[in-house]
Design a protein. Structure first.
Length: 135
C-alpha cells in the first residue's frame, strides 16, 4: 500500500494490486513494523525441535511471540475481514511462499505459511499471496 514498513524502511507499494482492489476497503497491516519498528534486522522461519519459530538474523532471538500477539489483536480488532492478501516470502505474511530453514540455516522449503497468515486461516479467513492474487 506504500507504507514504509519493510525491514529496510522502504515500501512494497504495488499499483497494479491497488488498482485491482480499488473498490474494496483496505486495512494496512505489518506485524513486524508494529513489533520491531522500521528499519529492523531481518528474521527467518526456522524449524526447531519446539516447532517453527521466527528467529532474528542478528541476535538469534525468538521473535515469534510478538508477531503472533499482533496477529491475534489485529484480527480481534478487524473481525469482519473476508480476504487476507499477504506479502510474498514474508516470514509473517507469506501465505504459501515463506522460506523455512533448518537450525543450520539450510533452506528446506519455499512454500511455508507466515505467522500472521496462520492466525487468519485459523479464523477461516481466505488468504492469498499478492503475486498469486494478481496472476
Amino acid at each position: 500500500m506504500g507504507e514504509q514498513c519493510r525491514y529496510d524502511a522502504t515500501d512494497n507499494r504495488n499499483d497494479e494490486l491497488l488498482a485491482k482492489l480499488e473498490n474494496a476497503e483496505l486495512i494496512p497491516f505489518c506485524p513486524e513494523d508494529h513489533a520491531f519498528g522500521s528499519p529492523r534486522p531481518t528474521m527467518d522461519l526456522i524449524k526447531t525441535e519446539q516447532g517453527i519459530k521466527a528467529i532474528s538474523n542478528t541476535t538469534g532471538a525468538d521473535l515469534s511471540f510478538a508477531v503472533e500477539e499482533y496477529a491475534k489483536h489485529f484480527f480481534d480488532t478487524h473481525s469482519d475481514i473476508d480476504l487476507f492478501i499477504g506479502k510474498d516470502r514474508s516470514p509473517s505474511c507469506g501465505v504459501c511462499s515463506a522460506r523455512l530453514y533448518d537450525e543450520g540455516r539450510v533452506l528446506i522449503s519455499i512454500s511455508e505459511t507466515g505467522f500472521m497468515v496462520k492466525e487468519a486461516k485459523a479464523r477461516g479467513i481466505d488468504a492469498v499471496d499478492a503475486e498469486k492474487y494478481l496472476a
